[in-house]
Ligand binder design. Structure first.
Ligand code: CO
Length: 213
């Protein structure tokens, strides 16, 4: 009995994946129908001009939001769109994007209603992720007066999402890979954006850095 239930459940679970595989076949066929050389060209080289550093949230899919095709956006995503100067994963992506691909723009893209940002300051213990989110608590404390003067809780969290993006822009712009790129005359800008889940629109926070300060 128990075995039958398990077999039924497994069939259900692999059915979910069958749907994704069918989606994939249909998508690839559609891409080729629109542009027969599409995948052949991409196979030869990737030369995106943008690096997107965004949140892992499933509602903030990088390529879709800015309507770019495969090959046009280099993407790094993690919980709460952080750019921590000691994180080897982020640093590897950043160095590859700047030194090898030579992207022209890096955008740190936060989003309002970010669960990671909220979790950083809600006082609950979750384990490892509390360490990951520590930089957001530092952002909170650095801006405590401004934030606590905001009586509307949602507005306060939204502001913290913006402040977090600004802080990460600062991290990226002061990274040695980025500074070295500027020193050798490479064109590179770092931008801070926030995405609204409710409108689908991105807002430029106006904190772009184009060169060494
Ligand atoms: Co988020």
């Amino acid at each position: 009995m128990c075995c039958l239930v398990r077999r039924g459940r497994n069939r259900y679970l692999s059915g979910m994946l069958d749907k994704l595989k069918a989606n994939n076949r249909a998508w690839a066929a559609r891409m080729v129908a629109n542009d027969p050389g599409f995948f052949k060209r991409l196979e030869g080289q990737q030369a995106p001009e943008y690096l997107w550093i965004g949140c892992a949230d499933s509602r903030v899919p990088a390529n879709e939001i800015v309507d770019l095709d495969p090959g046009e956006l280099f993407v790094h995503r993690n919980v709460a769109n952080l750019a921590p100067p000691q994180d080897a994963n982020y640093l590897s992506v950043l160095q590859f994007a700047v030194d090898v691909i030579k992207v022209k723009h890096i955008m740190v893209v936060g989003h309002y209603g970010c669960g990671g940002v909220r979790a950083a300051v809600d006082g609950q213990r979750r384990g490892l992720v509390d360490h990951w989110l520590h930089p957001i608590r530092e952002v909170y404390h650095a801006n405590q007066q401004e934030l606590e003067a905001m009586l509307d809780e949602r507005a306060r969290f939204d502001r913290l999402c913006e402040l977090n993006v600004m802080r990460q822009v600062k991290n990226v712009a002061s990274d040695v890979f980025v500074e070295d790129a500027w020193a050798r005359g490479q064109s590179l800008s770092v931008h801070g954006w926030v995405y609204s889940l409710s409108t689908g629109l991105v807002r430029d926070l106006g904190v772009t850095v184009n060169g060494p300060r």
